[in-house]
Ligand binder design. Sequence first.
Ligand SMILES: [Zn+2]
Length: 245
Amino acid sequence: MVNRVKTLYELQLIDNHLDELEELRGDLPRAVNELKSLIDEKQDLINEKEKIKKDNLEKIKENEEESARLNTNLTKYKAQLFQVRNNKEYDALTKEIDHSEETILALQSQNKELEEGSQKILAEIDEITPEVDKLNEELQIKEEDLKTIVSANEREEVKLESRRESMAEKVRKPDLNTYMRIRKAKGGMAVSTINRGACSGCHSMVPPQRQLEIKQNKRIYSCEACGRMIISADVAEEVKSKFTI
Ligand SMILES: [Zn+2]
């Protein structure tokens, strides 16, 4: 039983070191991720606006071509006016001419709106682009910082990770599950020890009778206050004294 307790505590010590390495990175990984998603968001917005601008330009071109076609027709109709033989033909032609002229005006007015829209979109893109550039610069600096910290501890971290893996295999599955659950809930420390009669995790006093039981390592005890697995100071000291990185 004492070995079962020792293995758990050794796993805790390895995790403590890994947590320390992670702490060195501080806020950087989160900041990097946040910057990345902010940049993506803004870039998506730019792409969306570029797409609208492109569609506008295509529509403008289409309208211009249609206007040119109608203008050619107009010239033709106007020339035909001199050759009409009766009122019916005249009316039909003037109707065509009016219709073409109205359509040309409508197309011109639509193009004006589209051009104004494009100008507005262009101004919006011009406003967002420097923001993205600035964020990208910020991201680059943060990524460099993170890289420096990570590479400084890389060897130690890789070593600790593989040691953690083999240590975790030595821990009984249900113990490991409990350990992981408490570790997650308590932000790191799943195994506490007795320190001056109190739980080292939550500082609640442990009744003397329970302290004696814990000392005997007959099973894995839990702190009644915080729920951490609690082990005797003797075992903790022994494991610590043998523990080297
Ligand atoms: Zn406790």
